[in-house]
Design a protein around this ligand. Structure first.
Ligand code: AMP
Ligand code: MN
Ligand code: MN
Ligand code: MN
Length: 280
C-alpha cells in the first residue's frame, strides 16, 4: 500500500477555516498518511500542526504557499519540506507580511470608499496578529455583512481585477521565492499551473523560468483533479524534468467540495515529489 499524500492545505493561519490541529485531525480521519500544511505566506500554523500530527500518527511535511510575481502575473509557489526557521525564509516572510498588511489596508480603504467601511478592523479583532489576511478573508466578511451572497460574488463584484477594491500587488519575484525555499532546504513546487490562464507558449516560458530559478516540481494533481488537466500537466512535468506533486488545496469549510487526500493517483512514469525528501 502506498501512503496517501496530500501536499497542499490551509489552516486558520491563512485562509483555511480550521485550526492547524483540527485540520490534521480531519486529514487523518480522511485517511491521509502524509500531509503538507501550506498556508499563504506564513509558517505560523506549523508548530501546532506538528504536535497534532505526532499525536495522530500522521506525517506532517512543513510547507508554505508563497505569493510571487512573474511577468506582471501573480503566481503561487509551494515550498515543501522546508525548515521554517531558516534565516532567508524568515526575512522573506517578514517582507511578505508587510506587503500583505499594506495591501489589506488599501483593499479596506477602497471598500470604505465603495460604502463598506471597517472590514479590516473586524478581521483583525477576529483573527489576531498571526493570521495572514488574504482576499478570501475580505470575501467572507463581505458575505457575512450581507453585501454579497457568496465569496465568489465578492471577487466578481469587489475584489477581482478591475473591480472597485482591486489592488495591484507587488509580490517578490519568482526567483526570489524559489531561492528562499531552496535556502530553507525545501522543494519549490509550482502550484496549480493551469489556474493562471496562460497560453501554452506562456506556460512553457514560465516553466523554463521556473526551472532556471531552481524550481523542482509541478503540482500535477490539484483540487479534485480533472483527468484532462492531469494528463496535460504530466506531459509538462516530463518535458521540463520536474517532479510531480499532488495536493487538494483544502481550506476546511471554505472548500466543502474537497476532502483531504481524496486525489487521483499521480500518472505513471513521473517522479513523485516526495521521493526528493525520502531519498535524502
Ligand atoms: P490573495 O492571496 O490575498 O490574493 O487571496 C487569494 C485567495 O483568495 C486564494 O488563495 C483563494 O483562496 C481566494 N480566491 C481567489 N480568487 C477567488 C475567486 N474568484 N473566488 C473565490 N475565492 C477566490
Ligand atoms: Mn487560499
Ligand atoms: Mn494558490
Ligand atoms: Mn492554496
Amino acid at each position: 500500500m502506498t501512503a496517501i499524500h496530500d501536499l497542499h492545505s490551509h489552516s486558520s493561519a491563512s485562509d483555511g477555516t480550521q485550526r492547524p490541529a483540527a485540520l490534521v485531525a480531519a486529514a487523518r480521519a480522511a485517511g491521509v498518511d502524509v500531509l503538507a500544511l501550506t498556508d499563504h505566506d506564513t509558517t505560523a500554523g506549523l508548530d501546532e500542526a506538528g504536535r497534532a500530527a505526532g499525536e495522530a500518527g500522521l506525517r506532517l511535511i512543513p510547507g508554505i504557499e508563497l505569493s510571487c510575481g512573474w511577468e506582471r502575473k501573480t503566481l503561487h509557489v509551494l515550498g515543501l519540506n522546508i525548515d521554517p526557521a531558516a534565516r532567508p525564509l524568515r526575512e522573506g516572510l517578514t517582507e511578505l507580511a508587510a506587503l500583505r498588511t499594506a495591501r489589506a489596508e488599501r483593499i479596506d480603504a477602497k471598500l470604505a470608499k465603495a460604502g463598506i467601511p471597517g472590514l479590516l478592523a473586524g478581521l483583525r479583532a477576529e483573527l489576531g496578529p498571526d493570521t495572514q489576511i488574504t482576499r478570501s478573508r475580505f470575501a467572507r466578511a463581505l458575505v457575512a455583512g450581507g453585501h454579497v451572497n457568496t465569496p465568489a460574488a465578492a471577487f466578481t463584484r469587489y475584489l477581482g481585477r478591475g473591480k472597485p477594491a482591486a489592488v495591484a500587488s507587488d509580490w517578490p519575484a519568482l526567483a526570489q521565492v524559489t531561492s528562499w525555499i531552496r535556502a530553507a532546504g525545501g522543494v519549490p513546487v509550482l502550484a496549480h499551473p493551469l489556474r493562471y490562464r496562460l497560453t501554452a507558449s506562456w506556460l512553457r516560458r514560465l516553466l523554463t523560468a521556473f526551472v532556471a530559478t531552481g524550481g523542482q516540481a509541478l503540482e500535477v494533481v490539484c483540487g479534485r483533479g480533472n483527468p484532462d488537466e492531469i494528463r496535460t500537466l504530466a506531459l509538462y512535468a516530463s518535458r521540463f524534468g520536474l517532479a510531480a506533486s499532488a495536493g487538494s488545496d483544502y481550506h476546511g469549510a471554505a472548500t466543502p467540495w474537497l476532502t483531504p487526500g481524496r486525489l487521483p493517483p499521480l500518472p505513471a512514469g513521473l517522479t513523485p515529489v516526495w521521493s526528493l525528501w525520502e531519498a535524502a
